[in-house]
Design a protein around this ligand. Sequence first.
Ligand code: ATP
Length: 327
Amino acid sequence: MTPLVCIQDLRVAFGGVPVLRGVDVTLQKGEALGLVGESGSGKSVTWLAALGLLPRHANVSGSVRLDGREILGARAAELDQVRGGRVAMIFQDPASALNPVLTIRKQLCEALALHRDLSGEAVKAEALRLLNLVGIPDAARRLSAYPHEFSGGQVQRIMIAMALAGNPDLLIADEPTTALDATIQAQILELLSTIRREMSMAMVLISHDLGVVAENCDRVAVMYAGRIVEQAPANQLFADPVHPYAQGLIGALPPLDGPRRRLTAIPGTVPDPAHMPSGCAFAPRCSLAAEPCGLAAPTLAPIADDRTVACIRAEASRRALLGIAAE
Ligand SMILES: Nc1ncnc2c1ncn2[C@@H]1O[C@H](COP(=O)(O)OP(=O)(O)OP(=O)(O)O)[C@@H](O)[C@H]1O
């Protein structure tokens, strides 16, 4: 089956400094993929590059296929159809994505007019349907309100309504709830997963919160220093992370005594993209690193059905996780 999105060897450099160093990700139709990794690892840039949203000075190469069709470097008109149409994005700070001087009706109707072949009255009816769908109370009246008249959670709901205007096959949600308090965060995530199920829509959820990813995603890709280092079904990754970085992130290495920890701090910091170590970028922070790790960057290799890991010490790492002594 042709995947909905297939990204291969995606590379991005700014001013000659590489920030994506060969990203490979595949997303099936209707699937929810979580993308996790420390700040600066390239999670947002991956999707901005895929959708042609990076500034002109970015140097981008590789392949991004949507339903088998190459969109990297596509003409602006084609990308305009993809963005907001087949693929929609929502961000951490929804207020900045709305125009403060236009009513919600006007903004929703504009989004609908751009991507849907609807007549004037049908556009208005659809705007109302979308606002109801995302749970804005008294939607008919609130269509005439301006963005500042809504709470932070409601603004994010409106952004979701705008994102749905084009009936997307894929929603990219980049830290969609980080700016919201915990209760509202849970409600927005619940809304996203209901809508996703009902519309059979795929989703990429970029998040620092591993709990959120565990609860809302089918599969997870772990990014480190501009590359994917492990991809696996969510339940497998959280129960049995293999890459030492994924283990560190999830904190699944059981301590000698006491309960399992959810999160552990990984010693050291993410390398500066301008001074990447040769070989595996994680090696300087990795307790399992051996001499060959510094020689060549490992590529993603399958370790099981639907699981890939980029680590030449994957086997040692798994043994360490399971507490099995090396033979
Ligand atoms: N327009 C830009 N010009 C120059 N460098 C950029 C630009 N956008 C991103 N970068 C750099 O690219 C790298 C990856 O950034 P990106 O925003 O993708 O990280 P991220 O993993 O999404 O981080 P966060 O979790 O903090 O959002 C960072 O080093 C960042 O400084």
